[in-house]
Write a protein that binds this ligand. Structure first.
Ligand SMILES: [Zn+2]
Length: 131
């Protein structure tokens, strides 16, 4: 997984080290750090050497990324939202070969729509006191 701490820093996002996840509101004690750790645990439970299981990785990565959009940057969010749309709404049977194709399409789209942004929901305001 790309280092989310470096990504946040690059995108000017300050990460809180305690309390609930500042982005998705998960009831963590160590903020987004614990949220990312919990997310990573799921990858150990599924055999990704099996092609039929790849879909779970695509869906979970897309969902987690979009639950933490401030970290990843706006065009990354376009990628994950578009992929989810293609999988869930258009019933595209996604595979690893399609991801670079989607990136290429988004790069062409981006060149003509530089001002377009996805407006993520407001960051969840939660009580930051310890649980
Ligand atoms: Zn979270």
């Amino acid at each position: 997984m790309q280092d989310y701490i470096d990504l946040a820093k690059k995108n000017g996002v300050v990460l809180y080290d305690t309390g609930h996840c500042q982005f998705c509101g998960a009831a963590t004690k160590r903020g987004v750090h614990e949220c990312v750790e919990i997310f990573s645990l799921g990858f150990q439970q599924i055999d990704y050497s099996r092609t039929e299981n790849h879909i779970y990785r695509f869906l979970s990565v897309d969902a987690h990324t979009l639950q933490h959009p401030e970290i990843h940057g706006r065009w990354n969010n376009h990628f994950h939202l578009t992929r989810l749309h293609l999988i869930l709404r258009q019933q595209v049977m996604w595979n690893y070969k399609l991801s670079p194709e989607l990136s290429d399409h988004l790069n062409r789209y981006k060149a003509q729509h530089m001002d377009e942004i996805l407006n993520p929901p407001q960051p969840l305001i939660v009580d930051q006191s310890p649980l």
